[in-house]
Each structure stands twice: as C-alpha cells, then as structure tokens.
Design a protein around this ligand. Sequence first.
Ligand code: ADP
Ligand code: ADP
Length: 227
Amino acid sequence: NKGLEINSLTVEYQEGHLALEQMDLCLPEHSIYTMIGPSGCGKSTLLRAIAGLVQSYTGEIKFNDQSLRKQGTALIGLVPQNYGLLPWKTVHSNIRMAMRISDSGRHTKGQQEQQITSWLTAMGIADLAQRYPLSLSGGQQQRVAIARAFAILPEIMLLDEPFSALDAITREEIQTIFLENWISHPTTTLFVTHDVEEAILLGEKIVVMPSNKEEPPVIIDNPVFQI
Ligand code: ADP
Ligand code: ADP
C-alpha cells in the first residue's frame, strides 16, 4: 500500500489509561487529510507516534509498507502549534539546520541556499531571513515553521493545530499560502485542527475522531476541497 497506514494503534501512557485504542487509518500517498475531534481523543498522540516521538505503542505505523518504528524510515516534517523554532538561530539558520540534518549530503550548500530563499519567498517572508524568531509575530513564526517543514521535502507532513493561536485575518492568509504550497508539493499530509472551517478548507477528506476511543474514526469525503 502506497501511503501512510495505521493499524490497530494503541498508546497507553499510564497503565489503564489509553490515549488511543486500536486505531486504524489510511492516507494514500500525496493526499491531505484534516482531523478534528474532542480534546483528549488522541490527535496529538497520533501525530507524535507517527513522528517517532512516542515509541511505546502497540500496532503498526507504516509508510509505503515500511514500518516507521525504525527511525529514519521516512522523512517527516512536523509543524507544532508553538512553531518549534530555535530562538537563538536566525530564520535562515533554522531552516538550514533542518535541511542539513535531513538532507545528508544529497544537495550542495549552494542548492540548499537556493531552496531556502525559494521557500522563504513562497511563504512571503524573504525579507525576514536574518531575523530571530522571537522578534517576529506569531504569524511570521508560523510561516517560518511551514517553510522549514516544506524545505526538507518530507514524505509525510504532520501539522498539530498550527494556526489556532493566530488572529482570523492572519490565519486566512496563512491557510491560503499553505494550501498553494501544498498543491505544488503534495506530500502526504495529516493536519489536526479544532476549527471545522479549516478542516473543510484544507482536507480532501476529514477524519472525525470519536470521543469514545472504542469507536473508529469517521472519514468524510469533502466535496468542497478542490485543487
Ligand atoms: P488531543 O490531541 O486529541 O487533545 P492527546 O493526544 O493530547 O489528545 O491526549 C490523549 C490522552 O492522552 C489524553 O487523555 C491525555 O490526557 C493523555 N496524554 C497525552 N499526553 C500524555 C503524556 N505525556 N502522559 C500521560 N498522558 C498523556
Ligand atoms: P551552525 O549551526 O553551523 O553553527 P548557523 O546555522 O548559525 O551555523 O549558520 C551559520 C552559517 O550560515 C554560516 O556558514 C553562514 O555562511 C550561513 N548563512 C547565514 N545566513 C546566510 C544567508 N542569508 N545566506 C547564505 N548563508 C548564510
């Protein structure tokens, strides 16, 4: 199966307390799914398990039939709600460092520099390259985080309520620019949000997580999503 496949995923942080219970989900390669659901239903846990940040789970997480248990099997871009930028590095260095870690010598330094410039331009923040994250607005920082996630050319992109802290106008701008960039680089993407409008705007399918963990998620085709 091409794409991301979650089979019977169970995560138990503390004994007797399941964060996820036998969850199944498939995302075809190059698809974008949004996910909504009540607080505590396990959305962040799911993203963290896919990203390799939760190791103690039962079940399987696979990408293109390869288990993701082994680190480095698939390159994953993660965009957390709080941006996750290193405050002591410039915007440029934040992106360059992520590329250097993920690229392992495939591109020359010159090619990487070109890529950084082109992603910053695509996100509308070319003029911020030498700024430090804490001197930027939340919207600007989130643009940097998204530029960084795209710049590593990931096979899977995971976003955890990335826009929820932004004001409405900024959020709309960034949603649009994110979607444009995704369309030109349609990496397999799972986008968690608590905003139903955002789920409809950005997801070709919408995964609705149940509050009762014993029930399966409901997956809705989204006729509004068109690319
Ligand atoms: P959501 O993102 O949908 O709000 P989470 O994945 O954050 O849900 O949480 C799912 C459940 O796991 C919740 O009951 C939460 O309290 C619990 N949980 C999350 N992270 C931890 C942790 N690090 N240690 C213990 N319990 C946790
Ligand atoms: P390190 O992580 O290796 O300690 P940094 O990530 O702080 O270093 O980045 C320093 C390097 O980034 C320098 O080699 C510098 O040439 C390069 N650099 C920083 N900004 C730019 C830029 N705008 N264009 C090209 N190179 C840059």
